[in-house]
Design a protein around this ligand. Sequence first.
Ligand code: NAD
Length: 261
Amino acid sequence: MEVLSQNGAKPGLAVIIVEGDSASRIYVNNKKKACAEVGINSEEYALPSDVSEDELLKLIDTLNKRDDIDGILVQLPLPRHIDEEKIIMAIDPKKDVDAFHPVNTGKIMIGNFDFLPCTPAGVMELIHESGIQVQGKDAVVIGRSNIVGKPMAMLLLHESATVTVCHSKTQDLKQKVKNADIVVAAVGRANFVTADMVKDGAVVIDVGINRTEEGLRGDVDFDAVSEVAGAITPVPGGVGPMTIAMLMRNTVTSFKLRDIR
Ligand code: NAD
């Protein structure tokens, strides 16, 4: 990746983690490592698990006002005593490099955005780089979360796929997936997508990260599904690194807009 600086200034990313979740710690460390590799200044704010909502809001307010900070990321999930929505709402949308703020999710809806949420953006990048056509294809997104499933469906729709969003209440899920040219799995259950659910030659993108006794697994039964799929992403090593790359891209985008912020 390109190393950046603008009149001696470097992009700045503030990463806030409320300690307690071991997976969050791994994600934050990976993000910091990527920042160092591409030349982004990263600042970590590691807060104790009993930090108050007010303290967190005050920190975000300080970071919102700092010119040298281009991106603010609050690693989710947060402890129960903190209102996640309130925290996301407090981040300046211009520094919201995760693109979770309603201003940014609204912009994504109308297709006019500065930032895209990192995981769906990473999936689209994989699709583009692999030369896969999206227009006119039938796509199934399994999962409807605000951070993955819903924006994923929107990005595929913007590129003229016909999108079906499946979720925990979906009837005949297998039949719907079997019909799809592109399947994006974001469920959070190991081996959820099996070979009998996948159409021959389909593109299968596995967003899931599941910690199992056999190690890290995606939502897709990789070995069996790769026998039928035309293209498939592994876990680990597929969407995960792309998510981090998109975070770097969003931070650089914000840095470039620093003067007009
Ligand atoms: P989530 O728990 O918020 O959402 C899971 C979705 O799966 C829900 O919308 C639910 O309706 C759906 N679902 C649950 N059971 C189902 C069933 N039986 N049939 C159909 N749908 C069902 O999770 P999330 O935050 O969207 O994350 C999904 C997965 O992606 C997790 O494993 C998470 O760790 C992973 N993830 C990976 C990255 C990455 O960088 N690779 C980023 C974010 C999330």
